[in-house]
Design a protein around this ligand. Structure first.
Ligand SMILES: [Zn+2]
Length: 215
């Protein structure tokens, strides 16, 4: 995929998340891996004003090209790309319900089988660190492990995937799960699925939705 196409795809991802109310103002950032590093949304520009040309190329040593500065959270994007060869795109939002749960600093347990879509029996909440720091990058990598999503304490969510579309859809799903978990906690005590069942569903999701190859 060309860099020009990736730039357009990042802009389209912002528009889709913004249309659902999950991405607003200067909160959140999105990146996609390139041959030499990654393209990431710029810092300080409101999401509705970001154009494809504004995405900033950052290499794996953290050097950027162009006149715009990359999102202040480029550290955790780089750390995740370094740690995970399978990750090609990362979406970070301050969407409301994920942020609410992150402020409670609690993992999202297996209250619903869809939690396993993020790659584990729970969606972990990373330890708190100041935004834009290497400490936050380390905490995010630790919370993600081999999974595809995590919360960041008192901050928001991270969703990672093999494509921008996959990372965006997972961010939308994690936000929906956080809202559902909040609602369940508000009126009672959610019944958690047994860990054996969550393990079974994690395995099932690895092959779910794949169409059989026709050639
Ligand atoms: Zn943030």
């Amino acid at each position: 995929m060309t860099a020009a196409k990736l730039r357009r795809d990042i802009a389209a991802t912002i528009a889709k998340l913004a249309a659902r109310g999950l991405y607003f103002g200067t909160a959140g950032n999105i990146s996609a891996r390139t041959a030499t590093g990654f393209l990431i949304t710029p810092t300080g520009i409101p999401s509705e004003d970001i154009r494809p040309a504004d995405m900033v190329a950052v290499d794996m040593r953290g050097r950027h090209k162009g006149k715009l500065l990359p999102s202040s959270e480029w550290h955790f994007h780089r750390a995740i790309y370094r740690d995970r060869a399978d990750v090609k795109a990362i979406v970070h939002t301050h969407s409301t319900f994920a942020t609410v749960m992150s402020c409670l600093r609690r993992d999202i347990p297996g209250f619903h089988y869809m939690v396993a879509k993020a790659g584990g029996p729970a969606i972990r909440c990373a330890r708190y660190a100041t935004f834009g720091t290497e400490a936050l990058a380390r905490n995010a990598v630790a919370a993600l492990g081999r999974r595809r999503a995590c919360l960041l304490a008192n901050h928001g969510l991270i969703a990672a995937g093999p494509t921008l579309a996959a990372a965006r859809r997972l961010a939308e799903e994690v936000e929906a799960l956080c809202e559902q978990y909040w609602a369940a906690l508000a009126i009672g005590r959610p019944v958690l699925l047994p860990s054996a069942e969550m393990t079974r569903v994690v395995v099932k999701f690895r092959s779910y939705g794949r169409q059989p190859k026709t050639d």
